[in-house]
Design a protein around this ligand. Structure first.
Ligand SMILES: C[S@@+](CC[C@H](N)C(=O)[O-])C[C@H]1O[C@@H](n2cnc3c(N)ncnc32)[C@H](O)[C@@H]1O
Ligand code: SF4
Length: 375
């Protein structure tokens, strides 16, 4: 079983915090789609003959694509891959694109899971982030999606924003849980170099939220999600009734995936690949049949670090039995020894040989993770 990720590198407007690869110049969209088809044909063997269990349209903004463009993609996917009839097909969409007609079209082409980028339910914060939508539209987009028959609905929120109060965050969360979503991805704001938010932070024109306030917002997120019946199955991901993102869960449990499009990453258990992060370079590369990606073969040490990195923040945790089976008794022993201090300090817990992070541990997951990794 494997997954396919398709990066759609176009946005109608750039949000001030975002460093995902994208361009607002959409004149190359059709050339880009032809390159995508060429790439799929060239790279299909990377994940062998595995059946495709999940497809994920990410971005950028996949909802800039029209019906013909989506049909074009689905046609070549079914030419080159064995897509399971029950495959989870997720589509990231911006609220301002989700008209009733567009939602109906997404249903017709075969999308069965939507991930809507809400980010906030406060107009003031949406404006500060340079989002194109307002709170009213955000609510409407989720309601319209549910009416169009999308039951597997996910939404994104960002917290830790400059000036975001605990009361505002609570009201955004409560608003979200009143809507028909079964999944929430809630990310703490990251200041990425090269984004306007980062520049303003460095200049001092934008003030970072205090660590104490960030922690309070993280705690509130977990409490409100729990009250609404959502399980935290990864540090930033919450689901009702076990409706996890199958695609992302597959990343975290080490399954193979093929990434298509500029900046997309791929993994097949033995190597990692990442594509050039530039539309023109990507198109040019496909015209010249040049590789267009960089590749790293994974050593045993890399594989172990990859295991820690992907698993530690999830409910599946790190298992001493799996580590023993795949990396040997000695490494399993080291992991158990390293975990001791975290068990004592209450940052980790252990159930039947599986170590997972407690809420206290999730706050410091970056530091904790590096302690387990082999340098
Ligand atoms: C590929 S992006 C956006 C998809 C879609 N274009 C949208 O904006 O709704 C996926 C998600 O990453 C999150 N994100 C992007 N940049 C972030 C940052 N700097 N800090 C925290 N979350 C971020 C946002 O919640 C966003 O919805
Ligand atoms: S958050 Fe979404 S819409 Fe905004 S710039 Fe990033 S990819 Fe584009």
């Amino acid at each position: 079983m494997a997954g396919i990720y398709i990066h759609i590198p176009f946005c109608r407007q750039k949000c001030y915090y975002c460093d995902f690869y994208k361009t607002v110049n959409t004149t190359q969209t059709d050339n880009f789609l032809s390159s995508l088809k060429k790439e799929a044909a060239l790279r299909k063997d990377y994940i062998s003959e595995e059946k495709i269990k999940t497809i994920y349209f990410g971005g950028g903004t996949p909802s800039v694509l029209n019906e013909n463009q989506l049909f074009f993609i689905f046609n070549f996917l079914s030419d080159f891959f064995l897509v399971e009839p029950e495959a989870e097909i997720t589509f990231e969409a911006n609220p301002d694109d989700l008209t009733k007609e567009y939602l109906q079209m997404l249903k017709n082409v075969g999308i069965n899971r939507l991930s809507i980028g809400i980010q906030s339910f406060q107009d003031e914060h949406l404006k500060k982030m340079n989002r194109r939508h307002q709170a009213k539209q955000a609510i409407q987009s989720i309601e319209n999606a549910a009416s169009a028959g999308f039951s597997n609905l996910s939404a994104d929120l960002i917290y830790g924003l400059p000036g975001l109060t605990l009361q505002e965050w609570k009201s955004s969360l409560q608003q979200m849980f009143r809507l028909p979503v079964v999944h929430l991805s809630a990310y703490h704001l990251t200041y990425h170099q090269g984004t306007p938010f980062y520049t303003w932070l460095k200049k001092g024109t934008l003030k970072e939220l205090s660590e104490n306030d960030s922690i309070k917002q993280f705690n509130l997120l977990i409490d409100e999600a729990e009250k609404a019946g959502f399980e935290q199955y990864e540090i930033s991901n919450f689901a009702r009734n076990g409706l996890y993102s199958k695609h992302n869960s597959a990343y975290w449990t080490g399954e193979k995936y093929l990434g298509l499009g500029p900046s997309a990453h791929s993994f097949n258990g033995d190597s990692r690949r990442w594509n050039v992060a530039h539309v023109d370079g990507y198109i040019l590369g496909s015209e010249n049949n040049s590789s267009g990606f960089e590749e790293e073969q994974l050593s045993e040490k890399d594989k172990f670090n990859e295991y820690i990195l992907t698993r530690i923040r999830t409910k599946w945790g790190i298992s001493v039995y799996e580590i023993e089976k795949w990396f040997g008794l000695k490494i399993a022993g080291q992991v158990e020894k390293e975990a001791e201090k975290y068990l004592l300090s209450g940052k980790m817990k252990e159930t039947n040989g599986i170590f997972t992070l407690t809420r206290k541990g999730l706050f410091v997951s970056d530091d904790l993770m590096t302690d387990f990794m082999i340098i």
